[in-house]
Write a protein that binds this ligand. Structure first.
Ligand code: ADE
Length: 288
């Protein structure tokens, strides 16, 4: 039975139950991958598995499974990869998407809060990459994609997370060089703060998404699926010569300053998956 599944690829996606991680999981399943989703929140993981299973064929072992894992804890990280290898016998892709922070002015961040954010968003990614390398990829190769944020101009109200993710970008480059001869590629994706998901909306102040729109060359919000497309591209053989790189998925937002040039309102940069229509896909649904 396991032999059969060696034909399929195997991916671990942290934070795979919600937001961008959910879109990545869905796309990888669609592409035929086996996927293990992991996060601290078991109920959310179970819900996502139940929902996504409706979209794929029933198999044994199932194409989608979940493992509760706090990426700050070395033993839990070790367990996640052990379970993955026990179930599927291999590991091709690792998507380090899980992370989190709280909004706070830099002057008010406590040491405890600072350490918690650094532990999750920097140390956790380090532990995940190191363990994936140790248990499988060091010997067999593989591809890693780390999720960053739009942090290149500093991140007011999220200084801790910006620092952690800038650290991950550098780590991505170090791993890309140190592990190239193991057949491992390591890249990063930096979604803009204009990617709309209900998970993100719950974490941000009320009008963040409406406020950011005029400052985007795309003049529209982005979707988790548009981030997932970049992740899946980097995982795929189409990116076989790309390593240590960061792909920004932000509608050009990080580049735009309206000082000398104002982008007129337009609807010319439509999303590729617009069957729902971009207005619908990025419409503030919950509290906005
Ligand atoms: N998502 C946010 N924080 C996390 C953690 N500590 N472990 C796994 N996923 C997370």
């Amino acid at each position: 039975c396991l032999e059969e599944y060696r034909e399929f690829s195997v991916a671990v996606v942290t934070g795979g139950a919600t937001g961008i991680g959910h879109a990545v999981t869905q796309e990888l399943l669609y592409l035929g991958c086996n996927v293990v989703i992991a996060s601290r929140k078991e109920e959310q993981l179970k819900q996502a598995v139940t929902e996504l299973k409706g979209e794929i064929e029933e198999t044994s072992p199932p194409r989608l499974m979940h493992v509760p894992c706090n990426i700050r804890q070395e033993l839990q990280v070790k367990h996640l990869f052990e379970e993955t290898l026990k179930q599927y016998g291999k590991l091709d892709y690792l998507v380090n998407n899980g992370g989190g922070q709280f909004l706070c002015q830099a002057a008010d961040i406590s040491k405890k809060g600072w350490n918690a954010v650094i532990e999750t968003n920097l140390t956790g990614i380090f532990l995940m990459c190191q363990e994936a390398h140790k248990q499988w990829m060091g010997e067999h190769g593989g591809v890693i994609v780390n999720m960053l944020m739009d942090m290149d101009r500093g991140v007011p109200m999220m200084a801790h997370s910006g620092a952690a993710r800038a650290g991950v970008e550098n780590l991505t480059k170090s791993f890309a060089v140190e592990w190239a001869h193991h057949g491992i590629r390591v890249n990063a994706v930096a979604p803009g703060n204009s990617i709309y998901s209900e998970t993100a909306a719950k974490n941000y102040p009320i009008d963040v998404f409406e406020r950011v729109k005029p400052h985007l060359p795309a003049k529209r919000l982005g979707t988790p699926e548009e981030v997932s497309a970049a992740v899946c591209f980097l995982l795929s053989p189409a990116a076989s010569y790309i390593t240590g790189e960061t792909v920004h998925v932000d509608g050009g937002g990080r580049l735009y300053s309206p000082l000398f040039w104002t982008v007129p309102d337009h609807k010319m940069l439509q999303p590729f998956h617009s069957n729902q229509g971009v207005e619908e896909a990025t419409k503030p649904k919950s509290k906005l």
